[in-house]
Design a protein around this ligand. Structure first.
Ligand code: CA
Length: 226
């Protein structure tokens, strides 16, 4: 795994890079904004650790450019700024995690490992499968240009399935992601909701997108020509 550490404070950069290398990560360090952009253009990274206050170009600006360029690399922000509004703004701009200085290296390490385990995330604000379109910001759903009204749960279920077209989700996976942990009902709640979804999303259209995978669960797939 190759990591990029963008940090201008040499002491912090050395300390973090040394710790990560001891954990067998390959670590590159960029000490200012322009150097970070240059490195990012040249190499593909599995994860980025990003300081916010940097000479040349701020960490916030680097994050914005990454996401604008559709990079899905996980980003952990490392900063002395701890205002809640600022954290929220950076999560909305596409940060995956946020750690406030001073921090313990052990905590940074578990967060790095957790993000790497999670793998790439589909960050697109509009998801499409076939002629189905989900706008994640407005939570509006359209099929063949026609607006479809869904309840909050139906929307959450559809978004979960559509984020990875073709991937098969078990009923247990769906419950864990769409319902909360306090849910203790039967897994057939999933079948009930899939029926509701089909009635709205598939039944009025000739091509069916929601597939039942026998003995496993469900998937959304635009078919061979999608
Ligand atoms: Ca700094």
């Amino acid at each position: 795994m190759r990591l990029l550490l963008i940090e201008d404070e040499k002491k912090v950069a050395d300390f973090v890079a040394r710790g990560l290398r001891a954990e067998r990560f390959a670590v590159d360090v960029a000490a200012d904004g322009p150097a970070a952009l240059q490195t990012l253009a040249a190499c593909a990274y599995d994860l980025i650790i990003l300081d916010l206050m940097l000479p040349g170009l701020s960490g916030s600006e680097i994050l914005k450019r990454l996401r604008r360029d559709r990079s899905e690399v996980p980003v952990i922000i490392l900063t002395a700024r701890d205002a809640m509004a600022e954290k929220v703004a950076h999560f909305e701009a596409g940060a995956d995690d946020y750690l406030t200085k001073p921090f313990a290296f052990a905590e940074l390490l578990v967060r790095v490992k957790a993000l790497l385990r999670r793998g790439p995330v589909n960050r697109a604000s509009v998801l499409r499968v076939g002629d189905l379109e989900l706008d994640r910001l407005s939570q509006q759903v359209k099929r063949a240009g026609k607006r479809i009204d869904l309840t909050a749960k139906e929307y959450a279920l559809l978004e979960y399935l559509v984020a990875n077209p073709g991937r098969v989700y078990s009923r247990t996976m769906i419950i864990e992601h769409v319902w909360d942990q306090s849910f203790e009902g039967l897994t057939n709640i999933v079948d009930v909701y899939v029926r509701h979804l089909r009635a709205k999303v598939d039944d009025p259209f000739p091509t069916k997108l929601i597939r039942t995978v026998r003995g496993v669960g469900y998937s959304v797939d635009g078919g061979p020509d999608a």
